[in-house]
Design a protein around this ligand. Sequence first.
Ligand SMILES: [Zn+2]
Length: 298
Amino acid sequence: MSDSSDLLHRFLLPDAHVRGAHVRLDATWKHVLSHASYPEAVEALLGEALVASALLSAHTKVEGRLSLQARSSGALRTLFAECTAAGTLRGIARLADGEAPPQNLASLGSDAMLAVTIENPGLGGGEPVRYQGLVPLESPTLSGALEDYFDRSEQLPTRLILAADGERAAGLLLQALPGAGSDDDGWNRISLLATTLGHEEMLDLSADILLTRLFHQETLQDLGAKPLQFGCSCSQGRVEDMLRALGREEAEAAAGASVSGQAEIICEFCGKHYHLSSSEIDRLFLAPPAVTPSSRLQ
Ligand SMILES: [Zn+2]
């Protein structure tokens, strides 16, 4: 295994009948934070969500992208993290104006939901195929909410350990393999070992050292590592789709409000600026939309 940061490792503990994934983010996480400033608790939640999106993409068959989205009418309106099959990540948190920032997911209110969405490319270049799983956010922690999600969706014992600070983010996913293994105590032993992991240990150690430290008495099979990096899929075309979806009035208001007479749209994920003049906006509403109105900047 490599010692460099920003990697997704997959591994198997064959004797214990358990599979796992480990993610560590350094430069990717710093890049996400360079575009926004969040209260400490929200920052930690976003770092954990990014790590979790990568862990889940390792676990599930993802050919396009996998996203996690927590939504609520409480102080944290949106928590969004996405990992693509190519290993690019991006994420964002949106807070309600004028409300105290949440300290954890429990303070989001009873309507808070967590959505796990997988979007794979359609066959023969057709419309993307989306699968979405929804769970109510009943746990105060993201790892707890995702364990609830696995309980409901796959019914396989799953453990997630997530950690993030302003510099690094890391996580570990462990899941019992389907069917019975030869070792009846395998899952209990592995999940108990994982509970001994401290927050700092999680953030400080490379996958190599961490997995060796935890599972040195187990057979550990390395299934390979994949590099991860920041990446945003915004484009001029997607911005135009979004303005079309907003409608002519709002698009023209955006252009009219600026001194230059151009609508300026800044991607919240990567900070890239897009400009459209009034005549370009006119053109948007003359041409038939190339896509459905549900298209979004994401
Ligand atoms: Zn962008």
